[in-house]
Design a protein around this ligand. Structure first.
Ligand SMILES: Nc1ncnc2c1ncn2[C@@H]1O[C@H](COP(=O)(O)OP(=O)(O)OP(=O)(O)O)[C@@H](O)[C@H]1O
Length: 298
C-alpha cells in the first residue's frame, strides 16, 4: 500500500485579472494549475516533485495537505481519504512558512507540537531536540522577528518534524539555506528515511534532488512530463546522451553515444588505437529536467 496515492488530481483557479498569453493553459477566466496528475509515493522513499516555475508543485502540495480543494481527482494518505486523522501523520513545510514573529523558536515549535496533540513532560526536551537537529540551539530563545531567512526556514522545518510525522511534505526545504544548511537538511532527511519515514519534497536545486531522491516526477504546465527513478530516467530517456572526449594524435575529439553499448564500443575502439580518454560526461538531471520541461505534455 503506498503512503500517498494521487489519482487524476486537478485544480482550476478562477482569476480576476489578465494573465500572460504565453501560458497556453491559461484561459480568459481560469487557470488550470494542475491538470489531472497521478503518482504514488511508497513507504520509506524520498520522492521529488520537480518542475519549472508555475508548473503546479505548490498547488499540488496544498491539495495534498487540505489547504486547497481539488477541482477533480483524489488523493489518499495511508489508504484513507484526506481528513483530520490522516493529516495528523503529515508534517508540512509550506513554500512560504509563516512563523509568528513575536514568539521565540522554542515557543513556536512547542505551539506547533501542541497543535498536533503532542503534550506531556517530554515536550520541552523534544522541542529543544528538534531545534538542535536543525542547528538552531544558539538562537532558541531569540524572538523570531530577529532571525535571518535561513534561520526562519530551519524553525519552520523543525515545526514540521516535531510531532514525528510518518510523511513529510516539504515545499522547497532548502530555500534560503547556505551550503552547510543544505547539507544539514540532506543529512536530516536521510536520517528520517532511515527511521522509515516517507518524504515528498520539491526543490529547484537539482543537485540536492539527485543526491536525495529515490524517484522523481517532473511536472510541466500542470501535467506529469516524466516520472521514475533518477538513474533509470537518465539511462532510459530517449536520446539520452553520453559525451566522450578523446585525445588522439594531439587532437581532441568529442563523440556522442546514445546507448550503453555505443559507449562501450567507442571506448573499446579508442583504447585499441591508443587514444586517451579525457572525459565521459553523462546527461545530468539538470539537462533531463530542461528536456522534460520542454517536452510537450499530451
Ligand atoms: N490562488 C491562486 N489563484 C490563481 N492562480 C493561482 C493561485 N495559486 C497558484 N496559481 C497559479 O497556478 C499555477 C501553478 O502555480 P504553483 O504555485 O502551483 O506553481 P509552482 O510549480 O509551485 O511554481 P514555483 O516553482 O514558481 O513555486 C501558476 O500559473 C499560478 O499563477
Amino acid at each position: 500500500m503506498p503512503v500517498l496515492a494521487v489519482r487524476d488530481l486537478a485544480k482550476t483557479f478562477r482569476k480576476s485579472f489578465a494573465f500572460a498569453p504565453s501560458f497556453p493553459f491559461v484561459s480568459a477566466r481560469t487557470i488550470e494549475a494542475v491538470r489531472g496528475i497521478s503518482f504514488e509515493v511508497e513507504r520509506g522513499e524520498i520522492f521529488g516533485l520537480l518542475g519549472p516555475n508555475g508548473a503546479g508543485k505548490t498547488t499540488t502540495f496544498k491539495m495534498l495537505t487540505g489547504l486547497v480543494a481539488p477541482t477533480a481527482g483524489k488523493a489518499t494518505l495511508f489508504d484513507l481519504p484526506l481528513s483530520h486523522d490522516s493529516l495528523r501523520k503529515v508534517g508540512f513545510l509550506p513554500e512560504t512558512p509563516y512563523v509568528y514573529p513575536h514568539l521565540t523558536p522554542r515557543e513556536f515549535v512547542a505551539l506547533c507540537a501542541r497543535l498536533s496533540d503532542v503534550e506531556g513532560r517530554g515536550l520541552p526536551a523534544r522541542v529543544a531536540g528538534v531545534l538542535g537537529r536543525v542547528e538552531m540551539s544558539q538562537a532558541i530563545d531569540r524572538p523570531v522577528r530577529t532571525l535571518s531567512k535561513g534561520m526562519l526556514q530551519r524553525v519552520a522545518l523543525a515545526s514540521a518534524l516535531v510531532h514525528e510525522p510518518e510523511l513529510l511534505v516539504l515545499d522547497e526545504p532548502m530555500d534560503g539555506l547556505d551550503p552547510s544548511g543544505r547539507m544539514m537538511v540532506r543529512e536530516l532527511l536521510r536520517e528520517e528515511k532511515a527511521k522509515g519515514r516517507t518524504i515528498l519534497l520539491s526543490s529547484h536545486i537539482l543537485r540536492d534532488i539527485e543526491l536525495l531522491c529515490d524517484r522523481i516526477c517532473i511536472l510541466r504546465a500542470g501535467k506529469v512530463a516524466l516520472e521514475g527513478a533518477v538513474p533509470a530516467l537518465l539511462a532510459r530517456h530517449d536520446g539520452s546522451r553520453t559525451e566522450i572526449t578523446l585525445l588522439a594524435d594531439a587532437k581532441t575529439e568529442v563523440i556522442v553515444a546514445t546507448s550503453e553499448a555505443e559507449v562501450a564500443d567507442v571506448l573499446g575502439r579508442a583504447l585499441a588505437r591508443g587514444a586517451r580518454v579525457m572525459s565521459v560526461k553523462r546527461e545530468t538531471l539538470e539537462e533531463l529536467f530542461v528536456r522534460g520541461s520542454n517536452d510537450a505534455p499530451s
